[in-house]
Design a protein. Structure first.
Length: 153
């Protein structure tokens, strides 16, 4: 009885691993820009990693966050783009060791709006970068002050 149960458990486990490996193969490799963009140490390098032209400042991007973050480990951000054909929204923190904090692909036909929490090493300019389907880059930025220990200074 125990031997038969072990064979069934092994068969189910092996089948599950095979199924999972096939799902990973179907997903394909990560896009090449991901590793380059996430290793960037400046706004210019991260923007170049998207493989498009020079970013232009835009009032059609709304970046919402607290002006003063008492806990740099979980700073909330919301980015909403009114730029037509938005394909990507990225959030960059200039003084973090790696500038690109997060990048979201925006499928066609969806509202280009994201909310997330980001870790900030220190007070820094935070940049919302929007890439359009036709290859243009737009951005807006905001200074966010991070206080140590929540003491407000």
């Amino acid at each position: 009885m125990d031997a038969q149960r072990r064979r069934v458990v092994r068969a189910v486990g092996g089948g599950s691993l095979l199924f999972a490996s096939r799902l990973l193969e179907a997903a394909g490799p990560e896009p090449a820009w991901d590793s380059v963009a996430f290793e960037a140490h400046s706004f210019a390098d991260a923007a170049r990693a998207f493989g498009r032209g020079t970013p232009a400042e835009s009032r059609d991007i709304a970046l919402t966050s607290p002006d003063l973050a008492e806990n740099g480990a979980v700073v909330p951000f919301t980015v909403e783009s009114r730029v037509p054909a938005t394909a990507h929204i990225a959030l960059l923190v200039e003084k973090n060791p790696w500038t690109l904090a997060v990048s979201f692909g925006i499928p066609p036909g969806t509202d280009p709006w994201v909310t997330t929490r980001v870790k900030m090493a220190e007070t820094s300019r935070v940049i919302a970068l929007v890439a359009t389907a036709d290859g243009n880059l737009y951005f807006t930025s905001k200074q966010v002050k991070v206080t140590a220990g929540g003491c407000g200074g």
